[in-house]
Design a binder for this molecule. Structure first.
Ligand SMILES: O=P(O)(O)OC[C@H]1O[C@H](OP(=O)(O)OP(=O)(O)O)[C@H](O)[C@@H]1O
Ligand SMILES: O=C(O)c1cc(=O)[nH]c(=O)[nH]1
Length: 186
C-alpha cells in the first residue's frame, strides 16, 4: 500500500480538517486528523490496520489502546493478531484500566493509537501497562503527526507520518482571527 493511497483514504474520508483547533495537549494547530471518519468504515479500518500490522515484528500477548481513538484500532489489531484487545479510559483525567481489565505479569504488550501529536496520551498508557506488570514491546499508531517531537520512551511505528504545524497557545497566530475549536474529547 503506497503512502499516496493511504493519504487518499484519509482525504476521501474527510478526515483531514483545516481550521483552528485545540489539541489534547493544549497546543493549537491549523490541521486536525479526525481518524473517526476513517475508522467508521470497517473495511477501511481492516485494510489500514493490516498494513500497520505488517510492520510489526514483535510477539504480543495483548494489545491496549486509549479510549476513544485507540479503541477501534486496538480491537481490529487484536482481531487480526488473534490476541485480546483492552482499552484504557481516563477517570478524573488519569489514564486507568477499568471494567475488570487486567494485564498479567510479564504480558508482552502492543500499545496502539489512532494519532499522536506529543505522544503524551500513549506514554500514559505505557506507564500504566508497566505499572501493572506488563512489558511494552511496541507502540504502533495510524498517524504520527509529532514530527519526531514526542515524549514516548520507545519510537512509535506508524502507518503514515504527517508534517503538521502546532503552536503553543501563547504563540498561536490563528488566535488573532478566531477561537480554537476542540474536536476531541479532552
Ligand atoms: O499525542 P497527544 O498529544 O497525547 O494527542 C493525541 C491524543 O489526542 C486524541 O485523543 P483525545 O484526547 O482527543 O481523546 P478522544 O480520542 O477521546 O477524542 C488522540 O486519540 C490521542 O489520544
Ligand atoms: O493532538 C490531538 O489532540 C489530535 C490531533 C489530531 O490531528 N487528531 C486528533 O484526534 N487529536
Amino acid at each position: 500500500m503506497k503512502m499516496e493511497e493511504i493519504i487518499t483514504i484519509f482525504q476521501e474520508s474527510n478526515a483531514l480538517l483545516e481550521g483552528h483547533f485545540l489539541l489534547t495537549s493544549g497546543k493549537h494547530s491549523n490541521r486536525y486528523i479526525q481518524c473517526a471518519q476513517v475508522l467508521k468504515e470497517p473495511k477501511v479500518t481492516e485494510k489500514l490496520v493490516s498494513h500497520l500490522a505488517k510492520q510489526l515484528e514483535g510477539k504480543y500477548d495483548l494489545v491496549v489502546g486509549p479510549a476513544m481513538g485507540g479503541v477501534i484500532v486496538a480491537y481490529e489489531m487484536g482481531r487480526q493478531l488473534g490476541i485480546p484487545a483492552l482499552f484504557t479510559e481516563r477517570e478524573k483525567g488519569e489514564m486507568t484500566l477499568r471494567r475488570n481489565f487486567e494485564i498479567p505479569t510479564d504480558a508482552r504488550v502492543l500499545v496502539v493509537e489512532d494519532v499522536i501529536t506529543t505522544g503524551g496520551s500513549v506514554q500514559e498508557v505505557v506507564d500504566l501497562v508497566k505499572k501493572a506488570g506488563g512489558i511494552i514491546v511496541d507502540v504502533a499508531v495510524l498517524v504520527d503527526r509529532s514530527g519526531g517531537n514526542h515524549v514516548l520512551e520507545i519510537p512509535p511505528i506508524s502507518l503514515v507520518k504527517l508534517e503538521v504545524e502546532t503552536y503553543s497557545p501563547d504563540d498561536c497566530p490563528l488566535c488573532k482571527e478566531s477561537q480554537p475549536v476542540k474536536p476531541g474529547s479532552r
